[in-house]
Design a protein around this ligand. Structure first.
Ligand code: BTN
Length: 244
């Protein structure tokens, strides 16, 4: 198995930032931390969590030295698939779903799906050449109280009754990321498409509040959707609401 340098910190601003800072020295690397004081999510949101309770991990690749993945959208997809594989190992019997574009949800005892993990893939470009990729993953493990802004929709393994050690989950997550990084791209994409299960579903685009039906998913992960007024393309910068 490929050996990837591993950096574990007690406290960092964001594991994505630390991975970027270290990448000039390495082909690829893993950075994890017990606490982030400036963790970020998609669309400029923050990603906050208590110290020593959750997983904050980044897998960084210096694309000029080692290119695992050609289709860069797969970073985010691999993040979600790796989280799903790891969670199914530790939360035996739990119902886990991927939510477009970058979240992982898990059902509680009332069969309500709550967010347990978010994925943030960031890429740097020189012209149209990707030079650096960082896949950042946060998973809620042992935190039981969440900020009121997210409390309604967030959960953790502990809240669902699973007692887990974060180090064991971290090891599993790293090996799942590496497995998907070294898998066939078309197969990984096909697996994600099946699991995201969006074609034919009705969605509401948050930015305009309009409902569409998803017709297809492009090889770049964009959704092609339509309604009686015409067609729309939705990409991973857009937020959508739909029933999981
Ligand atoms: C989201 O749901 O919007 C994505 C959240 C991504 C959070 C992870 S935690 C590790 C890595 N470092 C960050 O600052 N963000 C990602």
């Amino acid at each position: 198995m490929l050996e990837v340098p591993n950096f574990q910190y007690e406290r960092v601003s964001s594991t994505n930032d630390v991975a970027k800072e270290l990448l000039f020295k390495y082909d690829c690397l893993v950075v994890s931390a017990d606490y982030q004081y400036n963790g970020r999510g998609r669309k400029g949101r923050s990603w906050e969590g208590e110290s020593h309770k959750n997983i904050y991990l980044s897998f960084g690749v210096n694309e000029t030295k080692q290119e695992f993945i050609k289709n860069k959208i797969l970073y985010q997809i691999i993040g979600c698939l790796a989280v799903e594989s790891t969670l199914s190992e530790f939360a035996t019997g739990a119902k886990i779903k991927l939510k477009y574009p970058n979240d992982v949800y898990i059902a509680n005892e009332k069969n309500e799906y709550k967010k347990i993990s978010g994925v943030l893939a960031e890429h740097s470009y020189s012209g149209n050449i990707c030079t650096e990729s960082v896949l950042g993953i946060g998973i809620n493990i042992n935190q039981i109280v969440f900020d009121k802004s997210v409390a309604e929709k967030a959960t953790s393994l502990k809240l669902l009754g699973y007692n887990c050690d974060t180090d064991n989950i971290l090891d599993s997550l790293k090996s799942n990321i590496l497995k998907f990084m070294q898998s066939n791209e078309e197969e990984t994409f096909g697996l994600w498409k099946k699991k995201i299960d969006l074609v034919g579903k009705n969605i509401i685009v948050v930015s305009n509040g309009v409902e569409y039906k998803v017709d297809t998913i492009s090889p770049f992960g964009t959704l092609l959707a339509s309604n009686h007024n015409g067609h729309i393309t939705i990409n991973n910068g857009d937020s959508i609401i739909y029933e999981l």
